[in-house]
Design a protein around this ligand. Structure first.
Ligand SMILES: Nc1ncnc2c1ncn2[C@@H]1O[C@H](COP(=O)(O)OP(=O)(O)O)[C@@H](O)[C@H]1O
Ligand SMILES: N[C@@H](CC(=O)OP(=O)(O)O)C(=O)O
Length: 468
């Protein structure tokens, strides 16, 4: 069972989570926790301030006090001893001082800094479970077998993790049966031995990795929404839960920007064929979304609409100096050389339109000079237009019925008077991506949602009971 930041944001929420854990008395749950509420963002902000504020001022950084107050208050309200985390606050204070002293915040230091969020929340929650008589043991994932690449801020789980985690837990269980409370999001770099993080939202991945390592029957990820919804509820309030998804659909949805799941999190579940259930810790009786290998798609047209904003798009037209094969090869080798990842692609014989992967852009701090460098290189073989402030609208669903999907999509766009700048159907056959201007994107999502989901709801609501 994984509980996200919103599920453990206060003492009251932790008490509810403890009740939820106890509501599966016949099971032996393994728990994964994220940092409390906004703690990860507050740690990142504290690190940025430490860079500039000077050593004597680090103890006055506002976010540092907010994090301390939250954990001290929570410990008091839960009636647990603050000794479970006092050492960590001392260490965190020293780390902020170190950043101020060196005026340096590398990705490696940043990962160490944000690790305090999960290290704190798990200590508090495990202490509370023990206090109420549920025997629990806290685990720092980086000390308990999570071995990753050394790509700080976006580390990948290595295969050695699975046997290491299983061995550690089984050995401990043999000694005494306690509920494990694992830090989500964290690992240990293979070569450096330093703390790494799995990318934002990485606790979902921690949960499925443990699921695969132990061969569990089900992985549950508890959030603040009634499951995976038909679109981002912040974009459109009429979004409704999707009852079932396949691993492929969930992966596409996450990869194309739905914050609800970490993009890599489905991989261990798919490999071990373990169902993943997305549930709402604020509304536990709602069934949520069940993600499995296969499902009946015959009645499905569309599952969910995902919006990814602030995308950079490139239009590349060959100057015909190179043949067709040489042209495509040269374009992609330029990206490889520069270490830039491509997201959506549409090609013709002499032109390519593509979008650049914003996750890679973020993690490598791809800045304007790098984009300019890339354009300069490509201009040697092609005419290049760099188009910024674009959005990708991804339609996840049954691409067996893509003609019908596209017919509906284009009638919506026609009515809105919006021009689609690029269109691409994913190789995984569950995704159609459309590129539009940022300024038009939210309106498009709302209208598409209305066309694909709300009309059916409206019709079904009008029908007399018994017909459905
Ligand atoms: N299609 C979607 N379905 C559900 N939630 C979504 C979707 N797209 C974006 N979200 C956002 O994802 C949030 C849940 O994910 P996240 O914040 O990572 O949860 P947690 O921190 O509890 O693990 C929701 O509050 C919602 O705002
Ligand atoms: N705390 C980390 C990891 C995580 O998974 O968080 P959440 O489950 O709240 O999305 C983050 O904010 O990215």
């Amino acid at each position: 069972m994984k509980f996200g930041g919103s599920s453990v944001s206060s003492a009251a929420r932790m008490k509810e989570v403890a009740t939820l854990v106890q509501s599966f008395p016949g099971e032996r749950p393994v728990l994964v926790l994220s940092a409390m509420g906004k703690t990860t963002n507050n740690l990142l902000a504290a690190g940025e301030k430490a860079l500039h504020c000077g050593v004597p001022m680090t103890c006055y950084i506002e976010e540092f006090s907010v994090i301390k107050d939250l954990h001290v208050r929570t410990a008091k309200e839960l009636g647990i001893d603050q000794a479970v985390f006092s050492d960590l606050f001392e260490e965190l204070g020293m780390l902020l001082t170190g950043i101020a002293l060196m005026k340096e915040l590398t990705p490696r230091t940043q990962d160490n800094l944000v690790s305090f969020g999960e290290r704190l929340s798990t200590r508090v929650f495990a202490a509370y479970l023990n206090k109420i008589g549920v025997k629990a043991r806290q685990y720092d994932a980086f000390e308990a077998g999570f071995i990753t690449t050394d790509e700080f801020r976006n580390a990948e789980i290595l295969e050695a993790t699975y046997p290491a985690v299983a061995k550690r837990l089984h050995e401990d269980w043999r000694r005494d049966q306690a509920v494990p409370v694992f830090t989500g999001f964290l690992g240990k770099g293979e070569k450096t031995g330093a703390i790494t993080t799995l990318g934002r939202g990485g606790s979902d991945l921690t949960a499925t990795v443990i699921g695969k390592a132990l061969g569990l029957r089900e992985v549950q990820v508890w959030k603040d929404v009634d499951g995976v919804l038909t679109c981002d509820p912040n974009v459109h309030s009429l979004a409704v839960p999707v009852p079932c998804l396949t691993f492929d659909e969930a992966t596409e949805l996450a990869y194309f920007g739905a914050q609800v799941l970490h993009p890599q999190s489905m991989r261990p579940a798919r490999e071990a064929n373990i169902p993943v259930r997305v549930k709402n810790s604020y509304n536990p009786h709602v069934p949520g979304t069940l993600i499995t290998k296969k499902r009946d798609m015959s009645e499905t047209l569309l599952t969910s609409i995902v919006l990814k904003r602030n995308i950079t798009m490139l239009d590349i037209v060959s100057t015909r100096m190179l043949g067709q094969v040489g042209f495509l090869a040269k374009v992609f080798s330029t990206f490889e050389e520069l270490g830039i990842s491509v997201d959506v692609v549409a090609t013709s014989e002499v032109s390519i339109s593509l979008t650049l992967d914003p996750i890679k852009i973020w993690s490598r701090d791809l800045i304007q000079t790098e984009l300019d460098n890339m354009v300069t290189k490509l201009r040697k073989i092609a005419k290049v237009k760099l188009l910024q402030k674009r959005s990708i609208i991804s339609l996840i669903g049954n691409v067996e019925r893509s003609s019908l999907v596209l017919k509906k999509v284009f009638s919506v766009f026609e009515e809105l008077g919006v021009k689609v700048q690029m269109i691409s159907q994913g190789a995984s056959k569950v995704n159609i991506s459309l590129i539009v201007n940022d300024s038009e994107a939210e309106r498009c999502v709302r209208e598409l949602h209305s066309a694909f989901f709300e009309q059916e709801i409206a019709i079904s609501k009008d029908l007399p009971a018994g017909i459905l």
